[in-house]
Design a protein around this ligand. Sequence first.
Ligand code: CTP
Ligand code: CA
Length: 226
Amino acid sequence: HFIKKANLAWQGKNVVVTAGPTQEVIDPVRFFSNRSSGKMGYAIAEMAAARGAQVTLISGPVSLPMPHGVKRISVHNAAEMFSAVNDVFEHADVIIKAAAVADYKPKETFDQKVKKSTGDLMITMERTEDILKSLGERKSHQILVGFAAESENIEAYAKKKLDTKNLDVIAANSIVKEGSGFQGDTNELVLYFKNGREVSIPLTTKVAAANQLLDAIKPLLGEHIK
Ligand code: CTP
Ligand code: CA
């Protein structure tokens, strides 16, 4: 009975989850990327679908099976992710940005493989769009949940992102602590809410962490009736 009641809030809600890394192409054989496996985002997408939400998963390149009950849109780079997120933003109720979006991309991409030469190689990088910040500037009814991947000063940096990106919640994540962050099957999170609420999710599986995250943001669903 308890589970049924808890799920009701998610029934029919449009939930958008981004997951995985992005790959920013240099030439036909090389790209810049990061260590994100996509596991946290995929777990959130699947658990939200299990609660009855309509889930769109916008995924960078990962090697994970398709989660059950989810519509997946595959993208390669930050620009494609931005465009895919924009397409679904207006009708979204909740957006959870677990993706590790590249902050920089090569200013120039080469059609042919870059050949080695004797000297050093210089690649000029330019900023990608900060997708979440852009959503924060345009949001109306949407609940925005960001992730902060940090190697130090986790709380301060995460709270700064909560503020500057105009988020409702940020999930702070150590990428250096044992058992936490990229790649593994476990994670430890602290959620900071705009209203000052804090929720700790101690080290657990990414699936359990996803469920605890969804439980924690559930009270926000009712506050944003369109
Ligand atoms: N994010 C985004 N678009 C980007 C970069 C980040 O939407 N170009 C989102 C991520 O999906 C995440 C949040 O912003 O939800 C925070 O990402 P993170 O890399 O921790 O922070 P940044 O703002 O990029 O700052 P920095 O990497 O310098 O710590
Ligand atoms: Ca970043």
